[in-house]
Design a protein around this ligand. Structure first.
Ligand code: FES
Length: 163
């Protein structure tokens, strides 16, 4: 990883935005990467504005690497005010925002964030049930300490890496 990218990641990590569970969320998506073992959960809350249903707030929890956390921080800011359709139209590199182009070995970190967003906003395509009780969805840490939750975690496959 080049020094510039490392610096931008460190800047994003110095003041990470939107970390933690989101009370009253309307949707939640959890994904994991079986290769590196990282996991990320993303909560989304909508609001109505001018007759449009837009993302009011999005938050995340991560057992991910620094790059995934930095991308999640930027992406959760970026999707605010967008409709679900607009948020889903964002490309992986757009979600990484100011981090700029990621090296090949780090692209999957941004795809982890993209996957969590898709799992939350279009659960039918990721094979997940819509978040049945997002407001009381357990934290990512809870998912590891309790059994009975593994079906809610999507492990991204190489096919998913084509987004
Ligand atoms: Fe796998 Fe970053 S190294 S998500």
């Amino acid at each position: 990883m080049n020094d510039d990218l490392q610096k931008r990641i460190q800047e994003a990590l110095a003041n990470p935005q939107n970390m933690g569970e989101l009370a009253g969320a309307d949707a939640v998506g959890t994904v994991g990467n079986a290769d590196c073992g990282e996991m990320l959960r993303l909560w989304v809350k909508f609001k109505e504005e001018d007759g449009r249903k837009i993302i009011d707030r999005a938050t995340f929890q991560s057992f991910g690497c620094e790059t995934a956390i930095a991308v999640a921080s930027l992406a959760t800011e970026l999707i605010r005010g967008k409709t679900a359709r607009e948020a889903l139209a964002l490309k992986t590199e757009e979600l990484a925002g100011d981090l700029g182009p990621l090296p090949p070995m780090k692209i999957h970190c941004a795809q982890l964030v993209e996957g969590a967003l898709r799992a939350a906003l279009e659960p039918q395509k990721t094979g997940l049930d819509p978040a049945p009780s997002a407001p009381t969805a357990p934290s990512l840490a809870d998912s590891f300490s309790k059994s009975g939750e593994p079906r809610r975690i999507v492990f991204l496959t190489p096919e998913d890496d084509t987004h």
